[in-house]
Design a protein around this ligand. Structure first.
Ligand SMILES: *[C@@H]1O[C@H](CO)[C@@H](O)[C@H](O)[C@H]1NC(C)=O
Ligand SMILES: *[C@@H]1O[C@H](CO)[C@@H](O)[C@H](O)[C@H]1NC(C)=O
Ligand SMILES: *[C@@H]1O[C@H](CO)[C@@H](O)[C@H](O)[C@H]1NC(C)=O
Ligand SMILES: *[C@@H]1O[C@H](CO)[C@@H](O)[C@H](O)[C@H]1NC(C)=O
Ligand SMILES: *[C@@H]1O[C@H](CO)[C@@H](O)[C@H](O)[C@H]1NC(C)=O
Ligand SMILES: *[C@@H]1O[C@H](CO)[C@@H](O)[C@H](O)[C@H]1NC(C)=O
Length: 314
């Protein structure tokens, strides 16, 4: 919860200077992670669906505090030129952070003026060298945790990225309202859209609602999370018996296969979240991660001008 709120802050300042020229338009950002195994190639990204592409993740060296691209230099170096071939107006940002064990390095870097200078100078230099138009600081603070409800840690099915939760505070709307109440302008906030879900093992396959008793992480894939593409492939493989439910109270989708309970954001949830961002006057959204999408379905739903405000029947 806390970590999500802080993540918003870092995105805020970086996006501030990079508003779309038409004030009516939302920023439509997405991450591309050069280190992901299942990535689509940079050349396959449909840049026209986004205003900003955020390329991660550069590292901070723990002795010099300079930015380093480690083994992914090739991927970073071709990124901006490649994505601009499809959409010359798309803005690219170089993202720093999101690595295990980085917390202590980043804490010492921000606590010391010399380390900060080393970090700042080298970040600007590398970003300019490879044509990035801005920087994104991806620092989940104080922990690496990013989900509201995690199969390995809870004994009841919960929502990965609930927009609302009538029973508690682990939801995006609560976090956004807290920021706004604390004095932050709504138009400095971007909403994170997850292009992934997670999977739980139910204790009883018939008791399969949100909040049903569960025994943690499910075993179908062995992954803690599933990409939207993996989820759609699984639905297709299982055939018409799979019924995907949209729950408007939480703004999320889920389905059950035997004792597996899979929770994710489908088109309805994504549309409802983007219309929420518009209604609240937020700066826009940022999706994680572009290669998790299935044939651009979620990216197109988010970018669509035709958003629903209450019922999201397709
Ligand atoms: C990406 O490009 C490389 C080199 O052109 C190719 O070998 C690889 O199969 C491509 N990967 C995907 C997922 O298309
Ligand atoms: C990219 O997105 C645009 C806008 O939705 C769409 O017209 C186009 O077909 C997409 N391209 C690919 C290769 O999917
Ligand atoms: C950090 O920088 C030092 C000095 O340039 C270098 O020896 C070391 O290999 C770097 N560490 C990593 C993880 O790249
Ligand atoms: C979940 O249930 C298991 C088995 O009953 C128990 O060991 C564990 O402590 C529970 N975890 C939580 C977070 O309640
Ligand atoms: C969403 O799920 C909760 C928990 O099961 C339930 O109480 C609520 O009625 C559901 N909302 C809708 C619109 O079905
Ligand atoms: C996980 O999957 C394996 C192989 O399908 C199976 O043998 C095992 O019982 C499963 N474990 C749980 C906890 O479901």
């Amino acid at each position: 919860m806390e970590s999500n709120i802080l993540m918003f802050v870092f995105h805020i300042f970086l996006f501030f200077q990079l508003r779309p020229s038409n004030a009516q338009d939302l920023i439509r950002a997405v991450y591309y992670d050069c280190s992901e195994q299942h990535n689509i190639n940079v050349s396959e990204i449909n840049s026209s669906l986004f205003t900003h592409l955020i390329n991660g993740f550069a590292a901070v060296n723990s002795t010099t505090y300079q930015l380093s691209l480690l083994s992914s230099e090739k991927c970073f170096s071709i990124f901006t030129d490649t994505v601009k071939q499809k959409s010359p107006s798309v803005i690219t940002l170089l993202s720093i952070g999101n690595r295990n064990g980085y917390h202590s390095t980043l804490v010492s870097m921000i606590s010391n003026a010399f380390y900060r200078k080393s970090f700042i100078d080298s970040s600007i230099q590398i970003a300019r060298l490879y044509g990035f138009q801005g920087l994104d600081f991806f620092w989940r603070y104080p922990t690496q945790t990013s989900e509201y409800s995690i199969p390995g840690e809870n004994n009841f099915t919960g929502v990965n990225a609930a927009l609302y939760d009538p029973a508690g505070v682990e939801n995006t709307d609560y976090g956004i309202r807290e920021w706004i109440n604390a004095g932050l302008s709504a138009n400095k906030l971007v909403l994170l859209l997850p292009f992934y879900g997670n999977e739980w093992t139910l204790l009883n396959s018939k008791d399969n609602s949100i909040g049903a008793p569960a025994a943690g992480l499910a075993n179908t894939t062995g992954n803690e999370f599933l990409t939207y593409k993996e989820i759609k492939d699984e639905i297709e493989r299982r055939g018409p018996n799979v019924q995907v439910i949209y729950n408007e109270t939480y703004v999320t989708n889920y389905f059950t296969i035997g004792t597996s309970w899979i929770n994710f954001d489908d088109v309805e949830a994504i549309r409802a979240k983007v219309s929420y961002a518009k209604k609240k006057g937020l700066l826009g959204y940022v999706a994680w991660e572009v290669s998790f999408d299935d044939n651009w379905v979620l990216s197109e739903a988010a970018a669509s001008k035709k958003l629903c405000f209450t019922h999201c029947n397709l």
